[in-house]
Design a binder for this molecule. Structure first.
Ligand code: SF4
Ligand code: SF4
Length: 444
């Protein structure tokens, strides 16, 4: 069975919400739509206080090359354009909309019919994806149209759809594959057409056998150019570079682009959003989110309208569990701690995960015993113990010389360290500092 070569770890998968079908979350009375929905420059509002909007109305334009437009997820009146704190407590420019009914833009096809024929041409597809504000939903939220416009030197040969969902607890991609599998595969066909390639793979880990057989059956009926690839369960298989290695056995060179291998990777949720944008003219204003955790009575998957406060979702699910000591947005390995439950959901929100005190306990750090477990676990071939040491004394040139910028912040090193050294925390900070220096350097 295929997997990536270097490193990786095996956290318990804990997919306890996997059988919960995707429900439609009620629409709150007010939504808070952040302009920072994506990687790159925040969008710039194009509505004013008092304006009436419908579901799908453009409310903000992309503000640069790496940026994406934002659309209203509700119908109602713009009440404020102000700074609202995000889940980490950091202020972010936000359009606040008071909800009135649920009136959609007429241009959106709301029927449940599956549209198979792809009428748009190559350039029109990329333009539609751009206008609909589609961004990568696997965590990075990189604008999808940019990935579909590779540099002239790159020669794309295939699309890889990321169905690994290797983070413990998360089940939103799994549910999308089970309930909207045909739309995901049509999304794969659209992505192939946009890139002018003839091959698409969907990589799914072995712990999702139902999704593998379901998509295999759908592909065998209607999509002969799409191959479903069963992957050995190993974290971080969903990392772009790891998935490319696992599926087509090619390694992205240090400092290179994934497309240098010929592969363009898109997440399952993104493929679904691409289908909806291209075949239904539906902008990206809702997503699928998992509510889960061992201490949670609610194990559920929802379609949420972007801008819904996390507190609204928690309340709808019966409140925050009493034993929850930490709330995470995303998975336990790479997710972000939520310090502000009034923060709204974003396009890329994938979960509300409740962790107990025992699960979040930080053990007392001891000295490095030079066991090299962190080196064996690193999927990027780095030396985490060394990066940690260099980072603690601020040796920036040496950190750069040891490729700290290649770190994908997967946390495998910290997960495996018997001395409980917070390797990821130090390495993440060092990486940010080194990359700042690298970006400030004059280009040759
Ligand atoms: S967090 Fe960085 S250094 Fe640690 S294992 Fe992952 S890629 Fe390697
Ligand atoms: S895993 Fe921890 S103890 Fe072992 S070499 Fe790495 S930093 Fe040192």
């Amino acid at each position: 069975m295929r997997t990536f070569k270097l490193g990786g770890v095996h956290p318990a998968d804990k997919k306890i919400s996997k059988d919960a079908k995707i429900e439609k979350l009620p629409i709150p009375e007010v939504v808070y739509i952040s302009m920072g929905q994506h990687l790159g420059a925040p969008a710039e509002p194009c509505v004013a206080v008092g304006d009436k909007v419908k579901v799908g109305t453009l409310i903000a334009n992309a503000a640069g090359f790496v940026s994406a437009p934002v659309h209203s997820s509700v119908s109602g009146t713009v009440k404020q354009i102000t700074a609202i704190k995000d889940l980490a407590g950091k202020p972010s420019k936000t359009v606040v909309i008071e909800v009135e009914g649920d009136e959609w833009e007429e241009s959106i096809d709301r029927s449940s019919d599956i549209v198979r024929e792809i009428k748009l041409g190559q350039k029109e597809i990329v333009e539609r994806i751009k206008c609909c504000g589609v961004v990568g939903l696997g965590g990075a939220t990189f604008p999808t149209n940019i990935k579909l416009s590779p540099p002239p030197t790159a020669k794309p040969t295939c699309v890889i759809i990321n169905g690994a969902e290797c983070e413990p607890y998360l089940t939103s991609d799994y549910r999308v594959m089970m309930e909207y599998g045909e739309q995901v595969l049509i999304g794969g066909e659209i992505l192939m057409k946009a890139l002018g390639v003839d091959k698409c793979y969907v990589g799914i880990e072995e712990n999702k056998p139902e999704a593998i057989s379901h998509l295999k059956e759908l592909a065998s009926k209607n999509h002969p150019r799409i191959e479903i690839v069963k992957l050995k369960k190993k974290y971080p298989q969903g990392g772009e570079k790891q998935l490319i290695d696992a599926v087509i056995k090619k390694r992205v060179p240090s400092g290179g682009l994934p497309v240098d291998t010929g592969a363009v990777v898109q997440n399952v949720g993104t493929a679904f959003a691409v289908y909806e944008a291209v075949q239904k003219n539906k902008p990206l204003f809702e997503g699928v989110l998992t509510v889960t955790g061992d201490c949670s009575n609610a194990q559920r998957n929802f379609f949420h309208r972007v801008g819904t406060p996390l507190s609204f979702i928690a309340k709808y699910c019966g409140g925050i569990p009493a034993e929850a000591a930490k709330i995470v947005s995303g998975g336990p390995m790479m997710g972000k701690a939520v310090v502000n439950m009034e923060a709204p959901t974003l396009k890329g929100s994938s979960s509300i995960l409740y962790l107990t005190k025992k699960q979040t306990l930080r053990h007392q750090e001891s000295n490095c015993i030079r066991c090299s477990k962190c080196v064996s676990a690193c999927p990027m071939g780095l030396e985490p113990y060394l990066l940690n040491k260099l980072g603690r004394v601020g040796m920036m040139d040496e950190l750069e010389a040891h490729y700290v910028y290649d770190c994908i912040e997967c946390g495998c090193c910290q997960f495996t360290c018997p001395a409980y050294i917070p390797l990821l925390d130090t390495i993440r900070q060092s990486k940010a500092a080194v990359m700042k220096i690298m970006r400030a350097r004059p280009k040759k």
